[in-house]
Write a protein that binds this ligand. Structure first.
Ligand code: PBG
Length: 317
């Protein structure tokens, strides 16, 4: 084996790295609860708390100082519904955040109903079957409330066929042609969403999500899913979870020509957080490694619970 002369010098390693990475390519999820009680920590998620609105505003202000300004909002309302979903608290959050930060931040709204339904599922059931039409109507109406309140982007995560097309039509009809849609376009049924479901109070009350989230064993249908949401009009595509989906990214990009991002999900993040608490790995080094692997696999952007610490973790302060 010959020595690798490029690897032996840091400047040459940087010179030859085929991944370039900007802070705005990271998106920071943020959970905001309706209750005014103290913000709660979320097991495994470190600094990512279930914030009350006030604390969330303070958190965003701090994050902005570190040039973290691309957020994905998960509202956690108190009430659960079966029909007639009321999202007035979420409207209030969006208005508040945009009043405070305007165009200094980009505010994505996750669009799903799993934390609003009594069932904890991402769709409405009629006679125990997924009711696609009802689910589409309900979520499109919610998306319209988000857009009217000032959301910068909509991110449908429910894996409901037709959702991107319906939301796009609604936005275009309401003079919101400028609002982009980031589709969770290849989303597997996964065991790694655990900490998230705890935070969002969105665990399914019966069964699981295998009826509508993808089967991890099937590559072609995962790619087909992204292609189909691209055809519906998604501007940006995404694979999720992160590490179990990296083989899909460049295929999806080649086939759709759209930017494809990756969601390093709550359970994956928690793995790093907990290992580092036990002093078995170094948090920053491990997080950098994962981000680099996503970039190597062709991810255009990364949704990461550590985005707010990117300055320290990745960009040398
Ligand atoms: C909503 C949604 C989920 C996640 C993002 N949006 C939960 C799920 O699909 O069960 C998971 C994100 C994470 O674990 O970090 N449907």
């Amino acid at each position: 084996m010959k020595i690798n002369r490029i690897l032996s010098n840091e400047i040459l390693r940087n010179m030859c790295s085929d991944t370039a990475f900007l802070k705005d390519q990271l998106i920071q999820p943020i959970f905001i609860k309706e209750s005014n009680e103290n913000s709660n920590s979320i097991p495994g998620l470190g600094k990512n708390k279930l914030f009350n609105l006030n604390d969330a505003l303070k958190r965003i202000e701090k994050d902005l100082k570190k040039e973290c300004r691309n957020f994905l909002l998960f509202p956690v309302q108190n009430e659960k519904f079966e029909n007639d979903f009321n999202v007035s608290f979420t409207e209030k959050i969006i208005i508040n955040i945009k009043e405070n930060f305007g165009s200094d931040i980009f505010l994505w709204l996750d669009l799903c109903i799993c934390s609003l339904t009594k069932s904890g599922h991402c769709c409405i059931f009629t006679n125990e079957k997924i009711d696609i039409n009802k689910s589409l109507k309900c979520m499109t109406k919610i998306a319209s409330s988000y857009a009217n309140s000032g959301a910068d982007g909509i991110a449908p995560s429910s894996m409901t066929p037709g959702i991107v097309k319906n939301v796009r039509n609604m936005l275009d009809k309401n003079s919101k042609e400028n609002i982009p849609i980031m589709s969770y376009s290849s989303k597997f049924a996964s065991n790694f969403y655990g900490p998230f479901r705890e935070a969002a109070d969105s665990a399914p009350q019966f069964g699981d999500r295998k009826q509508y989230q993808l089967d991890v064993r099937s590559k072609e249908s995962a790619i087909a899913s992204s292609i189909s949401y691209a055809k519906e009009g998604a501007d940006l595509l995404m694979v999720k979870p992160g590490l179990t989906s990296i083989d899909l990214i460049s295929d999806i990009h080649t086939k759709t020509k759209k930017p494809v991002g990756v969601y390093h999900v709550s359970g994956e993040y928690a793995g790093i957080e907990i290992l580092s608490q036990k002093k078995l790995i170094n948090f920053d080094a491990a997080m950098s490694e994962v981000w680099d692997a996503f970039k190597r696999a062709g991810a255009q952007f990364i949704i990461s619970y550590a985005a707010r610490d990117a300055s320290r973790i990745y960009f040398n302060g």
